[in-house]
Design a protein around this ligand. Structure first.
Ligand SMILES: Nc1ncnc2c1ncn2[C@@H]1O[C@H](COP(=O)(O)OP(=O)(O)OP(=O)(O)O)[C@@H](O)[C@H]1O
Ligand SMILES: [Mg+2]
Length: 251
């Protein structure tokens, strides 16, 4: 070992081994008294692809909302990239949120703007004064396979294409973590499959992906990590999991 290395202070854990997301005993009770998450412990590493499954009301979206600090944990601690976000001051939240790309079941596109403008707008809001805006917009629309729809308006596109625009918009600021909350909920099976392929491709480029879904076919075909939530608790966390484990209640 070189002298320089031996003299370095001990720092642990090394950033590459540190989880990109970790939950330590997280409970969320909403103001109306509903307990949505109970003592959740979780570690997600850079480059992981995780499905989040569970019945309606299990707590999947709550977990997503805690990650971006749209909601705060009632007890426990959440770390993103080694930073505790549970008590992060509001002024630091924009920087935290720039680490995430997020898509939902409804695409939330601006109908009075073209595809390219929808994507560009996201970048202008999060990073004003961006250089090479047009190139960046074209690049992400190429990634999602919509390079020929730049000047179309959302209502001229199919549901699957609109979801691709939403994905492009979430990708344009190069997030480290991609959150998809029921992204195929409004789509037919073939189109859903295309969206999941796209998320796998995004993951293949090194982005951590967390996808909440009710789509059993997709989860069982892809065979990636499955985190199952029931009544706010993580009841199963498997590396190459399936939607249901034998004997588990139908969800
Ligand atoms: N803002 C809120 N205030 C109070 N209770 C809420 C709030 N949001 C969600 N809940 C409750 O918390 C629990 C978990 O809800 P959540 O939306 O996280 O479930 P989910 O797993 O995403 O369900 P779905 O599959 O239907 O999207 C449910 O009991 C729900 O009614
Ligand atoms: Mg939900």
């Amino acid at each position: 070992m070189s002298v320089a290395l031996a003299e370095r202070p001990i720092m642990s854990p090394a950033p590459a081994l540190r989880p990109v997301i970790s939950f330590h005993g997280v409970t969320k009770v909403y103001p109306n008294g509903t307990t949505a998450l109970r003592d959740v412990n979780l570690a997600v590493h850079q480059g992981d692809f995780c499905f989040l499954v569970g019945a309606s009301g299990a707590g999947k979206s709550t977990l997503v909302r805690l990650l971006i600090r749209e909601e705060t944990a009632s007890t426990g601690r959440i770390f993103i990239d080694g930073h505790e976000i549970t008590r992060m001051p509001h002024r630091k939240l924009p920087k935290l949120r720039r680490k995430f790309g997020i898509v939902f079941q409804d695409y939330k596109l601006l109908n009075t703007r073209t595809v390219a403008q929808n994507v560009a707008f996201a970048l202008q809001v999060t990073r004003p004064g961006q250089r090479h805006l047009r190139e960046k917009v074209e690049e992400v629309l190429w990634i999602v396979g919509l390079e020929d729809k730049l000047d179309k308006y959302p209502d001229e596109l199919s549901g699957g294409e609109q979801q691709r625009v939403a994905i492009a918009r979430a990708l344009v600021h190069r997030p480290r973590i991609f959150l998809a909350d029921e992204p195929t909920g409004n789509l037919d099976p073939d189109t859903s499959w295309g969206i999941v392929q796209l998320l796998l491709q995004i993951n293949h480029r090194g982005t951590t992906v967390l996808m909440a879904t009710h789509n059993r076919e997709v989860v069982d075909l892809v065979r990636r990590r499955v985190i199952a939530i029931e009544d706010g608790r993580v009841i199963r966390d498997e590396a190459q999991g399936s939607y249901l484990r034998e004997g588990e209640a139908t969800i």
